[in-house]
Design a protein around this ligand. Structure first.
Ligand SMILES: *[C@@H]1O[C@H](CO)[C@@H](O)[C@H](O)[C@H]1NC(C)=O
Ligand SMILES: *[C@@H]1O[C@H](CO)[C@@H](O)[C@H](O)[C@H]1NC(C)=O
Ligand SMILES: *[C@@H]1O[C@H](CO)[C@@H](O)[C@H](O)[C@H]1NC(C)=O
Ligand SMILES: *[C@@H]1O[C@H](CO)[C@@H](O)[C@H](O)[C@H]1NC(C)=O
Ligand SMILES: *[C@@H]1O[C@H](CO)[C@@H](O)[C@H](O)[C@H]1NC(C)=O
Ligand SMILES: *[C@@H]1O[C@H](CO)[C@@H](O)[C@H](O)[C@H]1NC(C)=O
Ligand SMILES: *[C@@H]1O[C@H](CO)[C@@H](O)[C@H](O)[C@H]1NC(C)=O
Ligand SMILES: CC(=O)N[C@H]1CO[C@H](CO)[C@@H](O)[C@@H]1O
Length: 264
């Protein structure tokens, strides 16, 4: 009986020390992320990285969340490898640098990505990190260039995409696909997309045709750009659309008449 009790204690000890103990590879990935910060209030020193500020692990010690919004992080952002990460929130810090394609390559379980309110720049990588991605907020940074149509290639579960207040330029054109040359699998692939915001950029050209295929859209907000042309009648198929904000663009009378005669 006493032996059984001692064994029980021993097992509980082994289980409790293992249940949250972080994988050493995860610990090194986190340390490599922290090492590129020039100023960091993080006190990431103890052995078990699952107990570090901002970190959540699953029961096997894989890091699933890295949540460090408004933590005064300063410095460059570089690719790190956390294969089980589902939530990444580094919003409202002072991170700079560009999102290289490698940044995303090893985050293929990612569901929520919030890098808003930083100083990130450069062009967007060719595609979103994972087919599980649901929410992307890259607003209020210094990203520029075009949003590649291939960006949405895997994004069949994307519900919210916010790139307000950057400097994206050029055509809002999702028609040329960089991966396979097919026509138009940009936004049209995003069958779950509910919110699409890209105000205060430098988008010009027409609305992409395949936006009308994202029939779950509830909000399209693209004010303060240089879009022009007309809205297609296909917009009647966006039956969930409650907010369509295209103000402060270059839409002419043709647009206004369609808007004006819209039944809803
Ligand atoms: C940093 O963490 C260690 C171990 O968790 C702790 O002993 C120490 O007090 C912490 N230092 C600061 C400045 O919070
Ligand atoms: C990121 O964290 C901030 C601060 O807690 C929060 O307001 C924001 O909603 C989070 N982003 C996402 C996408 O959950
Ligand atoms: C998309 O979402 C559905 C419902 O939440 C889920 O069952 C499916 O696994 C998700 N697809 C991917 C690729 O994550
Ligand atoms: C736009 O982004 C810049 C840079 O991140 C930020 O300082 C500014 O507050 C943002 N403006 C708005 C209206 O969010
Ligand atoms: C906006 O786009 C126009 C051409 O489409 C370009 O001439 C101008 O430099 C761009 N502005 C910024 C701030 O990138
Ligand atoms: C939109 O969907 C229709 C039918 O569902 C399809 O035939 C068409 O190719 C799609 N268009 C785009 C631009 O994805
Ligand atoms: C709306 O969608 C239906 C069903 O996919 C299609 O038959 C119809 O042509 C679409 N209407 C417009 C204006 O695109
Ligand atoms: C639950 C889960 O997805 N676990 C995965 C975490 O990452 C490792 C390394 O890639 C995988 O082997 C696990 O299956």
């Amino acid at each position: 009986m006493a032996h059984a009790f001692v064994l029980f204690l021993l097992f509980s000890y082994i289980i409790s020390t293992h249940i949250h103990a972080c994988k050493q590879t995860e610990r090194s990935s986190l340390l490599s992320f922290a090492s590129t910060l020039s100023s960091s209030p993080l006190n990431w020193t103890s052995i078990d990285c699952c107990r570090w500020k901002g970190i959540t692990c699953d029961q096997d010690g894989w890091v699933t969340r890295l949540l460090l919004p408004s933590k005064g992080l300063k410095g460059g952002i570089s690719p790190f490898s956390l294969a089980n990460l589902t939530h990444l929130n580094l919003s409202h810090n002072s991170l700079y640098g560009s999102l290289e394609t490698q940044f995303f390559l090893s985050l293929n379980q990612l569901e929520i990505l919030d890098l808003s309110y930083n100083h990130l720049s450069g062009e967007l990588p060719l595609s979103l990190p994972s087919s599980s991605i649901r929410t992307v907020d890259l607003s209020s940074n210094h990203f520029f260039g075009a949003i590649p149509s291939s960006f949405f290639q895997q994004a069949s579960n994307l519900t919210s995409f916010n790139v307000n207040n950057n400097t994206f330029t050029g055509q809002l054109d999702f028609s040329s696909n960089l991966f396979n040359g097919d026509l138009a699998p940009g936004l049209g692939k995003c069958s779950e997309l509910q919110v699409f915001r890209a105000s205060h950029n430098n988008l010009s050209g027409l609305l992409p045709e395949d936006i009308y295929n994202a029939t779950k859209l509830e909000e399209i907000a693209l004010p303060f750009n240089s879009l022009h042309g007309a809205i297609s009648d296909k917009i009647v198929n966006l039956t969930n659309l409650a907010i369509l904000d295209l103000s402060f663009n270059h839409f002419g009378a043709s647009f206004l008449s369609i808007w004006g005669s819209s039944p809803s």
